[in-house]
Ligand binder design. Structure first.
Ligand SMILES: NC(=O)c1ccc[n+]([C@@H]2O[C@H](COP(=O)([O-])OP(=O)(O)OC[C@H]3O[C@@H](n4cnc5c(N)ncnc54)[C@H](O)[C@@H]3O)[C@@H](O)[C@H]2O)c1
Length: 338
């Protein structure tokens, strides 16, 4: 059985990534697309063969056969659109961050619960084959007890006119809320450890828009491990590797280029096993990396299929709002400290 979808917001992520992914999903059928910019809606209708294109949400929500909507509008639109979709009894896959603030995100989750619709969140990087593999290696204890982790996501994001992401009133935050939140989410997801303490710094060094152009976070995880997140809007794309590193008492995992919108990148797993005594000479023996074989797919296809299967009652919601909001909470704590 196929879930019939409506898409709200036909901009960057929907057109470039999620709609192409949806086209490959076994359990999805696109019915309608909507964007306040009718030309964008019309272009997506034609490109992805939808039945309808609209410039308003009411017409889309009035279509009975639509069972689920994907909300990929700017963050300041999420709340009203999610409320309307929930009231229309449509299940909702919403892009990250869920709302402008944790309070707003929680309201969205509450309304969905009250209306009896499922709410999933677009942290699609969890589905990356290497991230799934990292989670498996960690849960099997192959690198021992996690003691440290680091995740980095950056881009070059110069000041532009009419750019909602660069306006705090429309985005709710900058480099940390937009990109750092993926890093926090991946550390939580892969290690299976919740964040217990947060210290962060942020600021504007290169670009003077109203959101931060860089931020760094130090987090204490529930087992005592200390983890680091860095998110920048001011590092040239080609100069950053978007590193993800995990260190345990028996080994480590290094990924680069995996914190990305496309499955790929590199992974190195070093398992040293039990360590003996202290090596005063510090003659660091080199270890052969473990061979890792994965099959890359499309993170957005997996995201859409997973949420569809949850609607069909086959599985739990892969990224629930309650879970996703915990990642947003970390970013909000940094904002309150600065
Ligand atoms: N999961 C990810 O990795 C990822 C990546 C990029 C963006 N996102 C998220 O996706 C959402 C959209 O980001 P984007 O980069 O696609 O933005 P974008 O600016 O490229 O596109 C947004 C689209 O929404 C339309 N729009 C504006 N107001 C609207 C409204 N009221 N109703 C419907 N459409 C409206 C715009 O015309 C535009 O076409 C944000 O929540 C963002 O954080 C997630």
């Amino acid at each position: 059985m196929k879930i019939k979808w409506g898409v709200i917001g036909c901009g960057g992520i929907a057109d470039r990534r999620t709609l192409p992914g949806m086209m490959l999903a076994k359990n999805a059928e696109l019915v309608a697309v909507m964007d306040t910019n009718m030309a964008a809606a019309q272009a997506c209708k034609e490109k992805y063969n939808a039945k309808y294109a609209f410039d308003n949400i009411e017409e889309l929500l009035a279509i009975d056969e639509i069972q689920a909507v994907y909300i990929a509008s700017p963050v300041f639109c999420h709340k009203e659109q999610a409320f309307a979709a929930a009231k229309a009894k449509k299940h909702i896959l919403i892009e990250k961050p869920v709302g402008m603030s944790v309070k707003e995100a929680e309201k969205i989750a509450k309304v969905c619960k009250k209306e009896g619709v499922k709410l999933g969140v677009g942290f699609m990087m969890r589905f990356h084959a290497y991230h799934q593999e990292m989670k498996k290696i960690v849960s099997e204890g192959k690198i021992g007890e996690i003691v440290s982790a680091r995740a980095q996501l950056t881009c070059w994001y110069p000041k532009m006119d009419n750019c909602w992401r660069q306006d705090i009133k429309l985005s709710g935050g900058g480099a940390l809320m937009d990109m750092g939140v993926h890093c926090v989410d991946l550390i939580r997801y892969i290690t299976g450890l919740e964040v217990k303490e947060v210290k962060g710094l942020m600021g504007n060094q290169v670009f003077d828009y109203s959101v931060e152009d860089a931020g760094g976070i130090v987090m204490r995880l529930e087992n005592g491990a200390i983890a680091y997140v860095d998110a920048n809007f001011n590092i040239p794309d080609a100069a950053a590797k978007c590193k993800l590193e995990l260190y345990g008492t028996k080994g480590s995992i290094f990924a680069q280029g995996t914190i990305s919108q496309v499955e790929g990148g590199e992974l190195e797993v070093l398992c040293s096993g039990e360590s003996g005594g202290y090596d005063a000479a510090q003659n660091r023996a080199t270890i052969e990396p473990l061979p890792v074989e994965v099959e890359f797919g499309n993170m957005y296809t997996k995201e859409i299929e997973g949420f569809g299967d949850a609607i069909l009652g086959k599985i739990e919601i892969p990224v629930s709002a309650e879970d996703a909001i915990k990642s947003q909470e970390v970013i909000e704590k940094v904002y309150k400290q600065n």
